[in-house]
Write a protein that binds this ligand. Structure first.
Ligand code: SAM
Length: 292
C-alpha cells in the first residue's frame, strides 16, 4: 500500500521525482504532517454527506484526506505545473475534480451547479496561500454561495484578528465583518515545521460556521461592511472622530450623530475597538434611519 501523500517520505519523493521547487510567489508551503492533515478533516467534520471545495490542492496531500471522507471534492489550483502531479497522486480517487483556475476569478455558483448534485452539504477546506488570505476570506464571506462550514489554515496573526474580542488590539473592521456573518473558532495552532518549505510565520486553522441567529440585522450588508471600515479608519482616534470622518463635520450632522449615539447608549469618546459587533450594527441602522 502506498503511504499517504502528506507523509514526509512520500511528499519528499514526489518533490524529488518532479524536481518541484515550491513557488513562494504562489504561497506554496506544502503540509507534510499527517496528524495535522487528519485533524483538519476532523475539524471540518467531513462525511459522505458533504461536497467540499478546496482552494490550492498543491500536490494533493489535503485533497486526498478530504476525498477519503467526503462525497465529492472540487479543488481550485492556479499553478498549471502542479496539474500532472495531481493527476498522478490523486489517480486512486474518483470523487475529485481539479480545476486549473484562480479561485478569486472562478464563477463559483456556476461550477457548483455543474459539478455537485445539490443534495449534499457544502464546505470549504483549504491550507490557504497566505499572500491572498484576506481576499479569499472576503470572497467566501461576501460571496453568493452559502457554505455550511469553512475551515481554513491561515497566518496565526490573521486568525487572531478575526477571532478577537472587543477591547483586544487585534479587534478591527475584519473582525466585525467576519463575526457579524460567522461564528469564529481557532481550532488548531500549527507549527511552521509541519510544512515544506516552512513558512516564516506561525499558522492556525480557523473554523467558520454561519450565524444562525442574530440579535440585530444590518439594514444593508454591504453598506454595513463599509461603515465598519470607516469606523476603524483611524483606530487610535475616538469613535466620535471616526464618525465625523464618515459623515462630515457640519453642525447639523454632529448634532444628529450625538443624538443617535445617546439613543443607543454609546459613548462618543469610546475607541472603535471597545464596541461589540451588535453595537456596530445598531449604529449603522440608526444612522441610516436618521438619514445620515
Ligand atoms: N493544499 C496543499 C497542502 O496543504 O499541502 C497546498 C497548500 S499551499 C499553502 C497553497 C496552494 O494554493 C498552492 O498549491 C498554490 O499554488 C495554490 N494557489 C495560490 N494562489 C491560488 C489562487 N489564487 N487560486 C487557487 N490556488 C492558488
Amino acid at each position: 500500500k502506498i503511504p499517504a501523500i502528506g507523509s514526509p517520505a512520500r511528499t519528499q519523493a514526489i518533490l524529488n521525482r518532479y524536481r518541484l521547487n515550491a513557488k513562494k510567489s504562489l504561497g506554496q508551503n506544502f503540509l507534510n504532517d499527517l496528524g495535522v492533515l487528519k485533524e483538519i478533516v476532523q475539524v471540518a467534520d467531513i462525511s459522505t454527506a458533504d461536497d467540499v471545495i478546496e482552494i490550492g490542492p498543491g500536490i494533493g496531500a489535503l485533497t486526498e484526506q478530504i476525498a477519503q471522507s467526503a462525497h465529492e471534492v472540487m479543488a481550485f489550483e492556479i499553478d498549471e505545473n502542479l496539474l500532472p502531479i495531481l493527476d498522478e497522486t490523486l489517480s486512486p480517487y474518483d470523487n475529485i475534480k481539479v480545476i486549473n483556475q484562480d479561485f478569486l476569478q472562478a464563477n463559483l455558483p456556476k461550477l457548483i451547479k455543474e459539478n455537485f448534485d445539490g443534495q449534499h452539504r457544502l464546505k470549504v477546506v483549504a491550507n490557504l496561500p497566505y499572500y491572498v488570505t484576506k481576499p479569499i476570506l472576503m470572497d467566501i464571506l461576501k460571496g453568493n454561495v452559502n457554505f455550511d462550514a469553512t475551515v481554513l489554515m491561515m497566518q496565526k496573526e490573521v486568525a487572531e484578528r478575526i477571532s478577537a474580542k472587543p477591547g483586544n488590539r487585534d479587534y478591527g473592521a475584519l473582525t466585525v465583518i467576519t463575526q457579524y456573518l460567522e461564528n469564529v473558532e481557532i481550532a488548531i495552532n500549527v507549527s511552521a515545521q509541519s510544512f515544506i518549505p516552512s513558512p516564516k510565520v506561525d499558522s492556525s486553522v480557523v473554523k467558520l460556521t454561519p450565524k444562525q441567529k442574530r440579535n440585530v440585522v444590518a439594514y444593508d450588508e454591504k453598506a454595513f461592511f463599509g461603515f465598519a471600515h470607516g469606523c476603524f479608519m483611524h483606530r487610535r482616534k475616538t469613535l466620535w472622530n471616526n464618525l465625523q470622518g464618515i459623515f462630515g463635520k457640519q453642525p447639523a450632522v454632529k448634532v444628529q450623530i450625538k443624538a443617535d449615539l445617546k439613543k443607543l447608549n454609546i459613548n462618543q469618546s469610546d475607541r472603535p475597538e471597545q464596541l461589540s459587533v451588535d453595537q456596530f450594527v445598531e449604529m449603522a441602522n440608526q444612522f441610516h434611519a436618521s438619514g445620515l
